[in-house]
Design a protein around this ligand. Sequence first.
Ligand SMILES: [Mn+2]
Length: 331
Amino acid sequence: MSINKIIDILKEQQATFVLLLCHKSADADAVCAAYAFQGLLKRFLPDLVIEIGAPQGVNKPTKQLLENLPITVNLKPNIEYASVIFLIDMNTVEQLDDVVDRLKASNAPMIIIDHHAPNSDTKQICNFSLINEQAAATCEIIYDMYQQAGVQLNLNEAKALFTGMAFDTRHFALGDSDTFRIAGGLVSVGVDAQAMLNLFSNPIDNSERLAKLKACKRAKIIKNGEWIIALSHVSAYEASAAKSLVDLGAHMAAVAGKKAGKLEVSLRCNRDFSEKTGIHLGKDVSMPLGELLGGVGGGHAMAAGVNAKGEVCDALDKCLKLLKEKISSNL
Ligand SMILES: [Mn+2]
């Protein structure tokens, strides 16, 4: 789907107000992609009112980011008034909890712009999609839309795209050739790469440090052939804990946590595991695990998550079973 097609849809709808919706505790990729996309739409339709909405808040690093870039995010977006709704960087609408009902009640066409493996529920409510699973960040997709349209980024838009990419690629460690091509383009607009990275490198707080250390202490280590799998549980920072276990040496880690009756499982693996087993954590593990646990799962090849119900132990058992099945079937 091209920018021209998007502009056509906005014109057909005689859109006056458009909403760019970000996921729960919106991250830098979501908010920055929305900001740059807002700028691109403005070039074509200067009279259009375009709001960035994060009905379930933004995460901590993003709060810091909003103090440094002129991005306005509405935490109580006007879903009911939108002529067209864009879902930015959002692989599952279930992440939006009760907002889903308001979205479903809306007659506005919905367009998803994302780099996650699409979830079937989300596809159902979206009329159009622009999904590139190869992109390391949604910000990369937006950059290519500017290129396609022949529109120059201004410095703030370039800074935003750079920051979103830095977050989703772990400061470019997970970047591929496209990531560096785009980063080069952004630097040529005037982005000072080192300054941007320093500005947004957030020192982690003690509760996150403790969660990571507890996850290591509690980890159950399983050897499956050549693979070392670590399973653990914490009550917060599951994703950060899973990443830490992989950084420490596990090929694959799953960390579960339960808070207020809601169960979350975060999955991470290293590149070697991903490439040699051919397992896509989002599609092959998180999605079926989400279904097994009465919730939803999704994500990327090397980083994925599940939001569901149930107990931590049962979730980790089921996760391990799925992994073992996938490893043996892909041998
Ligand atoms: Mn993203």
